[in-house]
Design a binder for this molecule. Structure first.
Ligand code: 2BA
Length: 107
């Protein structure tokens, strides 16, 4: 058995988790926050059989879009001058980790 952790944009969360559930995957949604942008994203926890992992990843990829986000950034010039300028960052589609599960029980 494997555990999939998928970090996705919160705009895509509903569609991704709905599509996974429709295909009989069990999904838990966590509200999370990216350390770089400090904005909300969603982490999905999906426990599934080894042979179903690739299909789950296909579904996640299909419904996770790449987005451009603008973040404020600053530069200091060593002469006491600091300026602020917008920086464009590409976020997503999805960041996916697949972990081995040693033991799975429902009590
Ligand atoms: P954030 O940490 O808010 O990162 C948002 C986007 O900012 C990233 O998109 C990446 O394009 C950029 N970024 C992140 N850290 C950066 C840095 N130190 N310098 C320059 N640019 C940086 P994604 O790579 O698509 O990541 C989306 C979200 O997925 C991340 O949100 C974070 O919550 C998670 N994530 C990505 N890689 C991860 C990893 N290796 N471990 C844990 N979480 C990860």
């Amino acid at each position: 058995m494997k555990l999939i952790l998928a970090i996705i944009n919160k705009e895509d969360a509903q569609e991704v988790s709905h599509s996974l559930t429709k295909e009989k995957y069990s999904v838990t949604k966590l509200a999370t926050q990216g350390g770089f942008l400090m904005s909300g994203n969603v982490t999905l926890i999906i426990g599934t059989e080894d042979e179903k992992v690739d299909h789950a990843i296909e579904i996640i990829k299909e419904h996770s879009k790449q987005r451009k986000e603008i973040v404020p950034s600053t530069a200091t010039y060593g002469i006491g001058v600091t300026t602020s300028f917008p920086l464009e960052v590409t976020v997503g589609g999805a960041t996916i980790f697949v972990l081995d599960v040693d033991r799975f029980e429902k009590a």
